[in-house]
Design a protein around this ligand. Sequence first.
Ligand code: MG
Length: 398
Amino acid sequence: MPRPERTAAILVAAGRGLRAGAGGPKQYRELGGQTVIFRAMQAFSRHPDIFAVQPVVNPDDAAIFNEAVAGLRHQPPTSGGATRQASVHAGLEALAADKPDIVLIHDAARPFVTSAVISRAIDAAGRTGAAIPTIPVTDTIKQVGDAGHVEATPDRARLRIAQTPQAFRFDVILDAHRRAARDGRSDFTDDAALAEWAGLTVATFEGDPANMKLTTPEDFIREEARLAAQLGDIRTGTGYDVHAFGDGDHLMLCGVRVPHVRGFLAHSDGDVGLHALVDAILGALADGDIGSHFPPSDPQWKGAASDKFLKYAVDRVTARGGRIANLEVTMICERPKIGPLRDVMRARIAEITGLNISRVAVKATTSERLGFTGREEGIAATASATIRLPWDDKGWSE
Ligand code: MG
């Protein structure tokens, strides 16, 4: 049953993330093959109880923002202010015309927020009007004075770490932000602090230790390793393809146009290298073969450029939450000579697949003038692909 209240979310992404080191604002950096902001936004965009996701971005970042969150449902981004508080205020004003009942305010630098935490936030705001996710403190916290001497040891049992999304009745938090702006207050580091200042009672609900904020370069290194470890279901596939020579003056090989005394007889562009790679990837996924996805009987593939097929196969891996670990293709022919083209072909495959070139191998061999490849009647190619998938409910056996 749909909830009676209408809930919107603000994604605060206007910060410059200077503490996270070089590489631009941290929310636009990649983590586990996706940008941080994409990960943060998708939990809200795909949540069934959220009708609008309002991003707040730095206007200088408009182009990278659009690229980073392509495909996700969101409102047109609004420009952030000089402080986090001003940015949230701008997001609230941008949503005001839509009259949400509840608003969740989330930092784009927390990419591991789950649908469960979002649901708890909506419930808590509906019950209490103002609520924040917290987690217990496990270390003992010291209050330290200017001289570096311990002044107090607060009772750990009463301390909590505050997270986002913080959740509020929309009209109440908008009013609090307007009052703070009028009073010249701009120093609140989270919305709960502003709400407290405005006299609201702020409740707490159960946060999630995984919903951490990415701050330092070490955070990125550690989380990258953790995400890689989750992709532990490692699969390998192989592919094989042949195309015969016909009339023509060039061949398409591994996505590269190669001048030659012959062409390929083929329904598509006949790129045996890319076709073998597509079958290797589909094989690793146990997801049919190139012929079952792109039937030669279908006229739309006539003369088709084979990079489309390879991109499609890569998308099948991404759709399963996986990543390609490496691709390898071996061309079997007397001519053309592949060696001088090897790195151009590797670069082209890397470009099509989005892989680092160090994960793409192109090899070649002749067949010592034996067989159809030796007689230069055509070219064969073999390929292999290793992919990493997340562990899921598909165990080893039935
Ligand atoms: Mg083929």
